[in-house]
Design a protein around this ligand. Structure first.
Ligand SMILES: Cc1ncc(COP(=O)(O)O)c(C=O)c1O
Length: 382
């Protein structure tokens, strides 16, 4: 009988040596007993006991935990979320190939697709992820290797209809589900081939690990490993150790933070200084019903737009006392950022504005503080 999801987070990736906490193994290299053993390790698929860039036991435990949470056969960790995204793309795409990507993407992913991919002869078509047929319409049979979606997107929290995405035949379907975490969404269950996360965010959950992961079928993950081992965005065992600790409380943190996010979103919705709130749990979100059908939780991130634009956003950012000004999200502290000038600073301002990332938009990553304290801090700045 499979366990429930909260139990999975507790039992996932356990070491079998009796230690309650996974051992942290910082060794970069391991001894072999003889030449034949060393040769077998050096040529084996993801072989352990040789060299940390190939495989590390602490990282392996983290990868096994992620595969369980994601409902995937296999997972592979990287030095960061961007390490996972860039290595996966370069492992699967070559000169002459084509990618269809949602235009509502994290700024770093967007920049990689716009600037690095064309340099390697990989053509990218950007589509509106909220239009269910847009991905399929842009696929070039025999040429499109990857279809890339981010669910929900950062910072507008748009969602892509995974049922429609799952129907696309030919290219691999890759979903960045960082904002949701596997507690809220498991894209493989909906027909995606690969799921990536910036583990740096909610999964590690304490702002002390920079890590990424990709999950999918063993054959595909092995192929990505064969490239990644020479690409070299290898994860640190220290970060994998911190991420394993984060996984134990991930369901609890996500539920609590999502509840506080809903409370704040409702308060923001009824405040006269606020022109628009984006939160998946609010009926006002244009894709609220679709999100409800795919996600188990409404997530810990919300965005809101202040009526008086950049001046009001600047005033709020500068006056906050409890909520911290940072670009990351998913940790215990409530964090705020101004996407137009930080996470999405590299994107064309006209396109940003059209996508809703206006000068008055602020993104809130809701933490574990008392909701009353957060609202007092936020509302005092309006
Ligand atoms: C949705 C999303 N994907 C990927 C990344 C990149 O992750 P990392 O910063 O760990 O490289 C981020 C970072 O903010 C993100 O928000």
């Amino acid at each position: 009988m499979p366990f429930g999801r909260d139990t999975d987070a507790i039992v996932a990736g356990r070491d079998t040596n009796g230690s309650l906490v996974n051992p942290l193994t910082p060794s970069t290299t391991w001894e072999s007993n003889n030449l034949a053993e060393m040769a077998a390790k050096a040529t084996g698929m993801r072989a352990g006991g040789l060299y940390s860039r190939y495989s590390n036991p602490t990282v392996r435990s983290f990868e096994e935990a992620m595969a369980l949470l994601e409902g995937a056969e296999s997972s592979l960790a990287f030095a960061s979320g961007m390490g996972a995204i860039a290595s996966t793309i370069l492992a699967l795409c070559s000169n002459g190939d084509h990618i269809v990507a949602q235009k509502q993407l994290y700024g770093g992913t967007r920049t990689f697709l716009e600037s690095a991919c064309p340099r390697f002869g990989i053509d990218v078509t950007f589509v509106d992820g909220t239009s269910p047929s847009a991905f399929a319409a842009a696929v070039r049979p025999g040429k499109t290797m990857l279809v890339i979606a981010e669910i929900p997107s950062n910072p507008m929290l748009d969602v892509v209809d995974l049922a429609a995405l799952g129907q696309i035949k030919g290219p691999f379907k890759l979903v960045d589900s960082t904002v949701a975490t596997p507690v809220a969404l498991r894209p493989i269950e909906h027909g995606a081939d690969l799921v990536v996360h910036s583990v740096t965010k909610g999964i590690a959950g304490h702002n002390d690990a920079t890590l990424g992961v990709v999950s999918g079928e063993t054959e595909l993950i092995d192929a990505i490993w064969a490239y990644s081992v020479v690409h070299g965005a290898a994860p640190s065992p220290y970060d994998a150790h911190n991420a394993l600790r984060g996984i134990r409380t991930l369901p609890l943190r996500t539920k609590h933070q999502s509840q506080t996010a809903l409370t704040l979103a409702r308060q923001l919705e009824s405040h006269p200084a606020v022109s628009r709130v984006r939160y998946l749990g609010c009926e006002s979100h244009p894709q609220h019903e679709l999100a409800k059908s795919m996600l188990d939780q409404s997530c810990t991130i919300l965005s809101f737009e202040l009526k008086d634009g950049l001046a009001a956003a600047t005033k709020t950012m500068d006056a906050l006392k409890l909520i911290r000004r940072t670009t990351s999200f998913g940790g215990p502290e409530t964090l705020i950022c101004h996407p137009a000038t930080s996470t999405h600073a590299g994107t064309d301002p006209a396109e940003l504005n059209a996508a809703g990332v206006s000068p008055g938009l602020l993104r809130l990553s809701v933490g574990l503080e008392d909701p009353e304290d957060l609202w007092a801090d936020l509302s005092s700045t309006f």
